[in-house]
Design a protein. Sequence first.
Length: 358
Amino acid sequence: MSLLTHPNARELSKTVRATVLVFKDPRSQELLNRIERLAPSEANALIIGETGTGKELVARQIHNLSRRSQENFVAVNCGAFPETLVESELFGHEKGAFTGATQNKAGWFEAANGGTLFLDEIGDLPLGMQVKLLRVLQEREVVRLGSRTPIPINVRLVAATNINLADAVVAGNFREDLFYRLHVATIRLPPLRERPGDILPLTEFFVAEHCRRLGYSSAQLSSEAERKLLAHNWPGNIRELENAIHHALLVCRQQLIQPGDLHLVEMSAAVRQEIQAPLGLAASGGDLESALISLFEKNLDNLFDHIEECVFRTAYQFCHGNQLQTGRLLGISRNIVRARLEKIGELPPIGGYPVKPE
């Protein structure tokens, strides 16, 4: 069994990202083989996977197995910056380029020169920035904001997304030419529910890791707790599993984790169907009030939270992962959209990125 861990895992304890990957399940072993085949090349790579599946860990492994392994690995979250700052952050700026630019500043492309630049949530890049990114990939040079002098760069780009970029192209939210430029070496990272053979090995790792952090000598899971972990759907993927184990260790007795110690958000497929079916009927021409009354009569637990999650997740997917369009669709601000998406685990909180060069 192979294992990958994030070098700064302790600093990421409040984010929704995965800090470890194991490769025991057959699907994970196939994934590892694909990473090992693609890593030595200089081709741009695109990693596709849900939030919390370990996309940055895959990107780091691609870097570590490449000829650039001794150079910088720089990770940047494209959704963490306001649109007005994206160009400056990626490509740098000159002194006086805008109010507050008191000195020259290199962008993340220059910081990663010679190494690997990881752009997470690349689907969040505004269309204008997509054009400039495409030019950088084609010309292998950047021009700082406020300058006319191109700076040569030698960077391998690894991008990641949790949305279907092909659908985003059709919807006009992502440039087709940039999509094909990125879609050279594609790696699809299966969600945790599709690689159940990794659940218990990951659990063992998290138990040992958090016991060490908490100063516990040891802890174990009961067989009933193991069965509960294996039966869970893991919408939050690896990060949800780590949080569940951390919580369980805090509340369990005599260092034995029982099913009741696992704080899992249980939202079964049946419950999802109970919520989504009436709302889908209303959307197709039915009476929304009648649909809600039908839900109220079923007396479901945490109904408001489930409805809110369904509305925001569906709207976000309908807008192909575009937060601004999601806000316009729902008639609310982008900040509210981001806050709700963070709450339901669709986005990492602001501040989780960028990661400075190692």
